[in-house]
Write a protein that binds this ligand. Sequence first.
Ligand code: HEC
Ligand code: HEC
Ligand code: HEC
Length: 304
Amino acid sequence: MKREFLLFSVLISCGPNTGEHKPLNLEFRVTGAIDFSTVKPVFAKYCASCHPSRSAPNWLEYSLALPYVSNGLLRQRVVIERSMPPPGSPQAESLTDRERNLIAQWINAGAPLTSPRQRLESADRSDSDMVAESCVSCHGTAGPQTSSNNYIPKLGGQNLKYLERQLHDYKWFERIDPSNEMNQIAASLDEKMISKVSEYFANSNSMAKLGRDGTDTYLQEPYQTGSRIADNACNSCHMNRQLNGRPSSEFVPALRGQSEQYLINQLLYFKRGLRKNPLMETIAKRLTREEIKAISVYYASESQ
Ligand code: HEC
Ligand code: HEC
Ligand code: HEC
């Protein structure tokens, strides 16, 4: 209930666009902890009456379904052609778009058997590498690469003290993750593990990519506006030139190369007081939605 409420208020607060520029998409995605158990009931309801058959497997068996994900046939027939269940059959009539979409999302997520959270729950808690592996499935080491994961922060090369503090804050509900993932995950980590996984990420590759990627984003808007604001109001703390672009203290997060949608979300949370930090709340309250977008584009495309 609390989670729905939070999400609702954030969406409301993103409200009608009052700026002079064209509307910006500031929606964010909720982490889908999607796995085989999400789609299995859909298979059971709409496929099991005809399959297994000569042409297709028992969809309720993960190992039998997986090859049809790899060879693309499941996506092709169910998502693209929508020719399964066969058009005109009662199953096709009653399968909703939402359920078809769940199958699509599961395929897009790499058809996982278990969700990252379950993997974390089953990891050996004394083994920090195993725990960190379960974080990597969402966060990546140098950050998740696909744009659908753009709302998940990169952690590689982030400040150690900052990471530890965030994990504490999630653990004790001082910071709320509206998707509800991180509070539960952090609650399952003890003090020692919090330091160990933070070290793991702080010491892994920097989230900022090396060099420019060949695009000329940095010559254009809104990068230019973002860069101007950041130089005046943010970089003394977040990207200090005297410190080679590092943040000014161990408790200040590095933003260079961070995921764009994640940055937008955090600035909106600060602006609305959903993420608590007196300093950042004051700063974010002064930013318009357009400025938030511009700053996020700027930091996301900054390289080392
Ligand atoms: C009313 C019976 C029926 C239902 C319900 C049904 N299928 Fe099928 N399916 C068939 C038949 C018959 C074929 C073989 C003919 C064809 O390929 O069109 C087939 C073929 C397929 C194929 C192609 C296999 C290949 O090797 O080309 C896939 C994939 C598939 N079904 C997936 C599903 C999924 C997933 C569901 C449930 C969401 C489902 N089917 C529901 C009857 C059904
Ligand atoms: C199911 C996906 C998922 C898994 C697994 C996961 N995270 Fe997260 N994590 C997220 C999301 C989404 C956010 C952003 C939440 C928000 O917007 O507040 C986040 C945020 C964080 C942050 C805040 C980063 C910042 O810049 O402030 C830290 C630190 C973090 N996660 C550490 C971890 C660690 C350590 C693990 C493994 C023990 C882990 N996460 C596992 C999804 C995940
Ligand atoms: C005086 C130093 C200071 C200034 C100036 C400052 N910040 Fe921050 N910022 C911080 C600190 C400290 C945090 C960590 C807050 C926490 O622990 O939750 C933070 C957190 C953030 C985060 C969250 C990052 C993450 O990984 O979750 C974003 C985004 C951010 N700041 C953007 C900005 C922008 C944009 C500006 C300029 C308009 C700015 N900050 C100016 C100190 C500063």
